[in-house]
Each structure stands twice: as structure tokens, then as C-alpha cells.
Design a protein around this ligand. Structure first.
Ligand code: CP3
Length: 371
């Protein structure tokens, strides 16, 4: 993290058209390795951050979260700021990811959702009919004042370290809403997608609007980049993705295109979908560990960056093995040329990971990629 400059506290440029304004506070991170890599510009080293870098792997997280339910913690700006900063302080990662959850915007519009420890999001009344859909009203910035406040606090504190905002993508959110909770086979979700295509299209379209509004709040408050998590979309075949999901994801990316902030798109098990996920409107495609980055580069095509993709489980092996596998990732990323790669895990940090192993990995990636 770097010092806060006078610039970082300045107000957004007055009079700038919506979608065009660049808050001066976001400008402080403009030349960071992370944002330079997003723009395919030369970097001093490959930037690195970790999905779920904030959370249960960190003792300092467990301490501040004690007795506070997950979703309540997302609504306390000072706590969100502290939790978001913890991994930046500890690991010296090149970007912070906003501490929140993909179901926060659903909670904010009145959906009865809770995050149960060890399970994940649980929806009291699943969305299964046209009538249920009425409960998915649009999200207004006033529904999430705590997000605006927390992003503002963070951007001021982070200075030249970029803040990544995020949201859940329509398919993944729909899966939680239709199933009522986490699901292995997404059977109710797919039953609606195949059996009631009009209802399905209306559902993911509403979710696209909610997601776009949630991302806009974060960008307008100063987030430097956004990541759209479609964690469970790898359960679909390409034709079904193209027909039933891609229009909604494209709507989200189009809605935030005018801000000019990099848009990252990530899912798990998406080897067959990487090209389409890029076409949906991502500037950077996140890749899990199943597809080497040189192969992913071919599938995604020229002009897009890649993020990933060390198998998270590698972190449980001895340091030497972690370094060997990290080198393989960096080597495969050379297919992109000299920039455009953001080092990450192929999915999130696991709660049982040794935080010191993550800190060592950041240092190692910085050292061996220095140029
Ligand atoms: O550091 C970060 O990456 C930022 C914070 C973040 C959280 N959730 C905090 C969180 C992010 C980016 C998310 C996104 C999210 N939430 C996704 C997409 C990313 C992915 O992993 O694919 C999904 C699918 C969810 C839904 C969700 N929320 C799950 C499956 C869980 C885990 C439940 C459990 O206890 O195992 C959550 C809860 C959650 N979200 C935690 C954190 C830190 C753990 C809750 C706790 O600490 O009590």
C-alpha cells in the first residue's frame, strides 16, 4: 500500500457525463502494475492478487469478524475497509478486492438471503415462477449506501493500490435464487432454462440490471476495475451458454463499458467457454487451473488479458513445489507477450491455507517476473 496523496481525496470531476467521469481518487492507482497489465502496457513485474484473499485464512480476519454474521459485516463500512486491507498489508498483493459477497445486492432489494457458515448463500423462498420474479426489483444506489461509503474509505486509504469491485454474474446468481442455495447439479436452474426459456430470459435479464447497478455503485465510488464472478457457469455447454446466458452477461459488461475501467470475467471449469466469456465483453478473462494459459490465450484470442491460474491446492505442497508450479504459470503466460497477465489462483484461497505460503508466493512472483 502506498501513501495517500492529496489527489486521492478529491471529489469526482464536476460536470463530467455519467460513465465518463474519472474520480481523481481512482487516478492515483492509474500507473499501478495491475492496471498497466490490464491495459497491456509494460509492467515492472507481473501483478498478483488472490480471489478470496480476504477471509478465513487470516487470523486477523477471524478476530474482527467474531460474533458478526457475514452479511452484517458487509454493511459496516469501517469493518469492510479493515477486512479488505488486511491481505494487502500482509501479502503485499498488487490489488485489493472489495470485501462483500455476490448476494449483497439481492439482500439489498429485500430478498430473504443468509450466508450460512460452511454452506454458503441460502435463499428462504426460491424464485421459480413469473410471480416470484416480481420480488427482483431494480437496485438503486440508495439501497446500498454502505457500499458507496466503504469503497470511498478504501480508495482514500489505498492510494496507488487499485481496488477491484465485483459482482456475481446473472447465471451464478440465478442458480442460488432458483435452487435456494448451493447446488452441485443446478437441476432446478437448468429445468427452468430448458423448460421455460422466456421465464429464464426474464430472470437473467433482471439480474443483469441488478448486477450492472451494483457494479456502477462501486465504480462511481472509485473502484479501479471490476470482476464479474460467474463461478458456476462451467456447468453449461457452449451452445447453452451462448443462447441462455451470454446475452445477460453482455448486458452487464455493456452497461459499465463507458467508465473505461478494466472488466474481468471469471468462472470455474470454463475451459470450453473461455472464448465466449471474452466475447461477452470482458477485457480480461479469468482462467481456472485446468487450462494452461498458453492454450487459454488461443481460445480467448488476441487483445484480451488473462488472469490466473495456479491450482489453489498447490499451496498445500512444500515451497519448492509451489515455486515450480508458479513458474509454469508465468511461463505459459508468455504466450500473451510481455504484458496482459495478472497472476492469481485458479479459484479462491481456501480457509485452511497457510497465509505465509501466500505471502511467499507473492514475493516469488514479483521476483521472478521482474523486468
Ligand atoms: O477476498 C475476496 O475475494 C473478497 C470477498 C468475497 C467474498 N465472497 C467474501 C466471502 C468475494 C469476491 C466473494 C464472492 C462470492 N461469494 C462468490 C464468487 C467467488 C467464488 O468463490 O467463486 C460466490 C460463489 C459466493 C457465495 C459464497 N459466499 C460462498 C460459496 C461462501 C462460502 C460459504 C462457506 O462458509 O464456506 C460465501 C461466504 C463468504 N463470502 C465468506 C467470505 C470471506 C466466508 C464467510 C465467513 O467468513 O464466515
Amino acid at each position: 500500500m502506498s501513501e495517500t496523496t492529496a489527489d486521492t481525496t478529491a471529489a469526482p470531476q464536476a460536470g463530467a457525463a455519467p460513465g465518463q467521469q474519472t474520480p481523481a481518487r481512482r487516478g492515483a492507482a492509474h500507473d499501478s502494475a495491475f492496471l498497466r497489465a490490464c491495459r497491456h502496457e509494460p509492467v515492472p513485474h507481473t501483478p498478483v492478487w488472490f480471489m478470496r484473499q480476504a477471509g478465513r485464512s487470516l487470523p486477523e480476519y477471524l478476530k474482527v469478524r467474531e460474533g458478526i454474521p457475514m452479511l452484517e459485516s458487509c454493511m459496516r463500512p469501517e469493518l469492510v475497509k479493515e477486512i479488505t486491507l488486511q491481505p494487502v498489508r500482509r501479502h503485499k498483493v498488487d490489488a485489493a478486492i472489495f470485501f462483500s459477497d455476490i448476494v449483497v445486492p439481492l439482500k439489498a432489494i429485500g430478498i430473504d438471503v443468509d450466508i450460512k457458515p460452511g454452506i454458503g448463500p441460502v435463499i428462504a423462498d426460491p424464485i421459480r415462477t413469473a410471480e416470484d420474479l416480481q420480488r427482483l426489483r431494480p437496485l438503486e444506489p440508495d439501497d446500498v449506501p454502505y457500499i458507496t461509503e466503504a469503497v470511498g474509505l478504501l480508495v482514500d486509504e489505498l492510494g496507488s493500490t487499485p481496488l477491484i469491485g465485483f459482482a456475481g454474474a446473472p447465471y451464478t446468481l440465478a442458480s442460488y435464487l432458483v435452487e435456494g442455495g448451493p447446488s452441485k447439479n443446478h437441476e432446478n436452474t437448468k429445468a427452468m432454462m430448458y423448460g421455460q426459456p422466456e421465464l429464464w430470459a426474464a430472470l437473467v435479464d433482471r439480474l443483469a440490471d441488478i448486477t450492472a447497478a451494483f457494479l456502477k455503485v462501486q465504480i462511481e465510488a472509485g473502484a479501479s476495475a471490476v470482476q464479474l464472478f460467474d463461478s458456476w457457469v462451467g456447468s453449461l455447454a457452449p451452445d447453452d451458454y451462448r443462447r441462455s446466458v451470454m446475452p445477460a452477461s453482455t448486458k452487464v459488461f455493456d452497461a459499465v463499458a463507458g467508465y473505461g475501467v478494466p472488466r474481468i470475467h471469471f468462472g470455474v471449469g470454463t475451459g470450453e467457454l473461455l472464448g465466449l466469456m471474452g466475447q461477452a465483453g470482458a477485457d480480461i478473462v479469468g482462467v481456472d487451473w485446468r487450462v494452461p494459459l498458453n492454450v487459454a490465450a488461443e481460445r480467448v484470442g488476441p487483445g484480451k488479458g488473462l488472469q490466473g491460474n495456479l491450482d489453489p491446492a498447490v499451496l498445500f505442497a512444500p515451497t519448492k513445489a509451489v515455486e515450480t508450479k508458479a513458474r509454469e504459470v508465468l511461463h505459459a503466460a508468455q504466450a500473451l507477450g510481455t504484458s496482459g497477465h495478472i497472476f492469481n489462483l485458479g479459484h479462491g484461497v481456501l480457509p485452511s491455507m497457510d497465509p505465509d505460503a501466500l505471502s511467499r508466493l507473492v514475493e516469488f512472483v514479483h521476483e521472478v517476473s521482474a523486468r
